[in-house]
Ligand binder design. Structure first.
Ligand code: NAD
Length: 341
């Protein structure tokens, strides 16, 4: 029933309760069409093409877009968010203080996969829906992983003969969006791909046709030449990649981390690398103990800044996905990517 049908029915209604019911329907249509203010708050800005895409999605859906970029003072963030109905952020910290300043906020979307920059408890306490945009930057991260692996097996391009990835056993720890993209590309390299995911059965992993399942995460470390980490940082995974686990790798093992630095027990890994001069560690998330790891010359590499998702394509995809998710949430109530359930 569109609005004209409802008004037609209202005109001929002979019962006052029917008439009231029709007017309520009209009201709810207008309420749903209310113009929302959607704020993009990005200390580290999106590419211009991403901002243009976000603005287009927001305006095409009848809402208003505001942008706060490169802010250096958190008070600017508090002021900008004061009348926002929705918020899009990148790595910006959405703390309880931000939430307290955002009196109208209904939804916050982290344009990206990880959402540890959102205070989920504070969002939930206020009934604010928090979302991420999973999968939008996975290919970018996976390509970086493969690049770091080539770099590692070729001895960081030091002029000495290295080895190849083809035929090597690659273990993927967590078979989510990034893990699957790594598997897809690694198969192209001719690697023998294995995976473990705490929330997937062996059948589910193998049904993708991209990896063979192993029984547990220890088996990955025992069986594979290279282990690539794709677990989120949770209470369970923090510091879980430790001395004992990595120590299971056989001679010449390589650990690659594009997940989070918190999942590594840095003291344990430092101890192990000092004892096992055959092991290499390459990471897209610089450890706190970077200076100590640097002592393992030719066996350690960290990107100077987290680079995995830093591609033009990922940037655009995640930003536009965030805008689409917000527009859909206001239109239909869709909460598919909610992370604070
Ligand atoms: N380097 C970067 O720039 C960059 C960019 C994007 C994502 N990331 C990080 O990469 C990781 C993976 O991202 P994603 O997009 O694939 O996430 P995702 O949510 O798609 O996948 C995560 C997977 O981990 C599994 N999992 C959760 N806890 C586990 C556990 N204890 N043991 C084994 N598996 C477990 C889940 O079942 C899920 O399949 C995250 O840590 C994310 O923060 C880094």
């Amino acid at each position: 029933m569109d609005i004209i049908d409802i008004l037609d029915a209202f005109v001929v209604a002979d019962d006052v309760n029917d008439a009231r019911g029709f007017m309520k329907k009209v009201k709810s249509i207008f309420k749903n069409k209310k113009k929302m203010k959607i704020l993009g708050a990005t200390e580290k800005p999106f590419a211009k093409v991403a901002v243009d895409g976000i603005k287009k999605v927001v305006e095409e859906n009848g809402h208003q877009f505001a942008l706060l970029e490169k802010y250096t003072d958190v008070n600017d963030f508090y002021a900008a968010v004061a009348d926002a109905d929705a918020l899009i952020v990148r790595s910006d910290k959405v703390t309880k203080e931000v939430i307290d300043h955002a009196k109208n906020l209904k939804i916050v979307v982290r344009a990206g996969a990880g959402y540890d920059n959102l205070d989920l408890e504070a969002c939930t306490a206020r009934g604010i829906v928090a979302m991420n945009t999973p999968g939008q930057n996975s290919n970018a991260v996976a390509e970086l992983v493969m690049g770091m692996l080539v770099y590692a097996v070729r001895n960081f391009y030091n002029g000495k003969s290295g080895s190849e990835l083809m035929g090597k056993k690659l273990g993927i720890l967590a078979f989510g969006n990034v893990g699957r993209n790594v598997a897809r590309i690694a198969k192209g390299f001719g690697m023998d791909v294995y995976a473990y995911d705490a929330f997937m059965t062996a059948e589910q992993i193998e049904a993708t046709g991209m990896a063979k399942a192993v029984a547990n995460q220890q088996a990955l470390f025992e069986q594979c030449d290279i282990v690539s980490l794709h677990i989120p940082a949770t209470a369970e995974t923090k510091q879980s990649i430790n001395y004992d686990l990595v120590g299971k790798m056989h001679n010449g093992g390589i650990l690659v981390n594009s997940a989070r630095k918190e999942v590594i027990d840095e003291a344990g890994l430092l101890k192990l690398m000092a004892e096992r001069t055959d092991l290499k560690y390459v990471t897209d998330i610089m450890p706190d103990a970077d200076a100590e790891f640097k002592a393992f010359e030719g066996r350690y590499f960290a990107t100077p800044k987290k680079m995995g998702a830093q591609t033009e394509e990922a940037n655009i995809n995640a930003g536009i996905a965030a805008a689409n998710q917000i527009a859909d949430f206001f239109k239909t109530g869709n909460k598919k990517f909610q992370v604070n359930k």
